[in-house]
Design a protein around this ligand. Structure first.
Ligand code: GAL
Length: 658
């Protein structure tokens, strides 16, 4: 079956409301809720005093109503007493200010005391509820790193030093790797190594990149400390923690082997036409992190959030469409934050499945309709998807790019999203892969702005259709550049190297006698097959060693220089092509690749995804569209489709093709 439901926070409601909630859950087809995510102060009202009655009663009632529970460990938000009694658990800002309670997540992930207190709670909880028949999953903490992902207190600083010692062995090796001879940074004792904060000017890039990696590891330690307890006390219950899409702070490739099931939270802006593509990218990433296994959507919003400047609602049908789209891309659970909209507190104006106005709001109707539809998709659960195209995406490379000073002025995440969107628009299913992943199953690999490239990648890409784009391969894993031309280890594969960066800087204009005579370049254009595309101000000087020039730059000082090259099936794009340019290039490159675009068949607005023998037709557009079908039954309506099927605006058809 497909799980449907969401975060349930009944701590804020009276018993009568809880009774009403359970009845409404049944009406909406809810079959799973996440409980106790922010439950610590209720579970342990005083240090070492545990009270489980409220939750025992709740779990019993949910179970009696046929509703399963994803039970949280409650450690995401410590109660005020913890910070008051153990101030060392509070995170400290670079300026020395300790963050305090009154909001949420005020814990220092590197604090030994915090980890101990969390583990004690988890042990009690696991003993109490590990064998409760309602509990089907452990939900450790919540969105690790979301609000607080670093601390500058003495314990964290000491842990950072120990972590670096384990990594580099000797201080000499750290000095060598970090290039500390420059700017007189050479360390002569480990005690001199401090966090990269409170500095007069620029940091050493590798110092910051390592700091970020260190914190990703500290957060992972917190997760593992709880998971170890859970596996020891209840070895049979799976354990997850909820990810946040392409969240830049935590290396989910490194984390994922430690999760029994991948789960995700994602909140795209409903008014953004690219939101559907972003949702697809986030789902594709989750499926990929789990090695192709189904994942859970742990959170999405029923309608509005409360945390943007303006919070636009989902359009009628959009919640249902996106929910079906999640299942199309591999989700076996569609869960929301939160079940009932709060009456008070920070998230009062965040929508809930049960809105403030209750059944009077059309949001409720859509919740019920979606629940009924997801029930019909039970046969889809468990099926895997197979993509032949992969995009490389890597956290250490992101950290390297974000820590580097100067060369870029672009955000690798945006570039990855753009290439995914272009492939999505062309109708391709895409997996994400890390440079360390097994790439053997992919025919096509896109490498957008992979700033850090290590030896060995070229060998994995050889023989495939490969598109590498600007911003790739400037550095190795220690933030040292690849000398002799960027692209480093990919130079042979691509037959080119990047010998200079020629971006456009934003400048003013002048009309004076002298100043008005000065010419500067304000744009970069890429000319491909007689068409000009915008290059977002980015040009790289490409030296062609052994490749064919496919497109050239247009613009002052770059006119006629190579912009896109190809060596066999390996393409290099030395610019940031606009949407039309990416589409043109992809059509050209992939038109001849196996499983190339079948654009001719795809009407505007229609997303087509196959999961096992089920074909999802998701119409994101405003008008009904037609799609050719040999024969199949729509799981949602039970209608048999033959020859052609019509999909209404923001509606879907799920064909059983067996
Ligand atoms: C998530 C969080 C939830 C809720 C939600 C609101 O980041 O896990 O607890 O706050 O955002 O959009």
């Amino acid at each position: 079956m497909i799980y449907y439901g969401g975060d349930y926070n009944p701590e804020q409601w009276d018993q009568q409301t809880v009774a009403e909630d359970i009845a409404l859950m049944q009406e909406a087809g809810v079959n799973l809720v996440s409980v106790a995510i922010f439950g610590w102060s209720r579970l342990e009202p005083k240090d070492g005093v545990y009270e489980f009655g409220f939750y025992r009663d709740l779990l019993d009632r949910l179970h009696a109503a046929g509703i399963d529970v994803d039970l949280a460990t409650g450690t995401a938000s410590p109660p005020p007493w913890l910070g008051e009694m153990y101030p060392e658990t509070l995170p400290v800002r670079a300026d020395g200010t300790a963050l305090t309670w009154g909001s949420r997540q005020q814990y220092n992930p590197a604090s030994t005391k915090f980890r101990e207190k969390a583990a004690e709670l988890v042990e009690e909880l696991a003993r109490e509820f590990g064998s409760h028949p309602a509990v089907v999953m452990w939900h450790v903490s919540n969105e690790y790193g979301c609000h607080v992902s670093e601390s500058f207190d003495p314990e964290s600083r000491e842990r950072f030093r120990l972590w670096l010692q384990a990594r580099y062995g000797t201080l000499e090796q750290l000095n060598e790797a970090w290039g500390t001879q420059f700017w007189s940074q050479r360390y002569t004792s480990w005690s001199q190594v401090e966090p990269p904060a409170n500095l007069p000017t620029f940091h050493n890039p590798i110092h910051l990149a390592r700091w970020r990696e260190f914190w990703s590891d500290q957060l992972l330690e917190c997760y593992l400390a709880e998971k170890r307890v859970l596996h020891r006390v209840c070895p049979d219950l799976p354990v997850t923690t909820n990810y946040m899409g392409f969240f830049p702070t935590v290396d989910y490739w490194k984390w994922s082997p430690h999760l029994d099931l991948i789960s995700n939270d994602f909140y795209p802006e409903p008014g953004d036409p690219r939101a559907g593509a972003q949702f697809a990218a986030s789902s594709d990433l989750m499926r990929s992190l789990g090695g192709g296994r189904p994942f859970w959507q742990m959170e999405q919003t029923p309608s509005t959030v409360q945390w943007r400047d303006r919070n636009s609602p989902k359009r009628p049908g959009q919640f249902r469409l996106w929910s079906l789209g999640l299942v199309a891309r591999g989700a076996d659970a569609v869960l929301q934050f939160q079940w009932r909209q709060s009456r008070s507190g920070a998230e009062t104006y965040h929508s809930g499945m049960v809105p403030h106005a209750g059944k009077l709001s059309p949001v409720w109707e859509e919740m019920v309709q979606t629940g009924a539809d997801l029930k019909k998709l039970a046969p889809v659960a468990g099926h895997r998807l197979r993509a032949s195209v992969a995009i490389l995406w890597d956290w250490p490379s992101l950290w390297a790019a974000e820590s580097a000073i100067g060369p870029i002025g672009w955000d690798p995440l945006t570039r990855v999203a753009q290439w995914h969107q272009s492939l999505y628009d062309l109708g391709f299913l895409v997996d994400f892969a890390s440079p360390d992943s097994d790439l053997s199953g992919y025919e096509v690999v896109v490498v957008p702005s992979l700033f850090q490239v290590l030896p060995g990648l070229a060998e994995k890409l050889a023989g495939k259709t490969v598109i590498v784009t600007a911003g790739t391969g400037y550095q190795n894993g220690e933030a040292q550049v690849h000398l002799g031309g960027y692209l480093g280890p990919l130079r042979d594969l691509l037959g080119v190297r990047v010998v200079d960066l020629l971006p456009v800087a934003p400048t003013g204009s002048a009309t004076g006698r002298i100043t008005g005579a000065v010419r500067t370049r304000t744009r970069v254009q890429v000319s491909l097959d007689g068409q000009s595309y915008d290059g977002d101000g980015w040009a790289e000087r490409i030296q062609v060693d052994q490749a064919e020039v496919v497109a050239t730059f247009e613009g002052l000082d770059v006119d006629g220089l190579p912009a896109i090259t190809r060596r066999g099936s390996a393409w290099y794009v030395g610019s940031f092509l606009d949407e039309a340019g990416r589409a043109a290039l992809l059509e050209r490159v992939l038109g001849s690749a196996p499983g190339g675009p079948q654009l001719a068949e795809l009407p505007a607005g229609l997303e087509v995804v196959s999961r096992g023998p089920f074909q999802f037709l998701l119409n994101h557009g405003e008008i009904p569209v037609q799609f050719p079908v040999s024969a199949g039954t729509d799981l949602l309506t039970g209608r048999v489709a033959r020859g052609q099927v019509t999909v209404g605006p923001r509606d879907a058809v799920v064909l059983d093709l067996r």
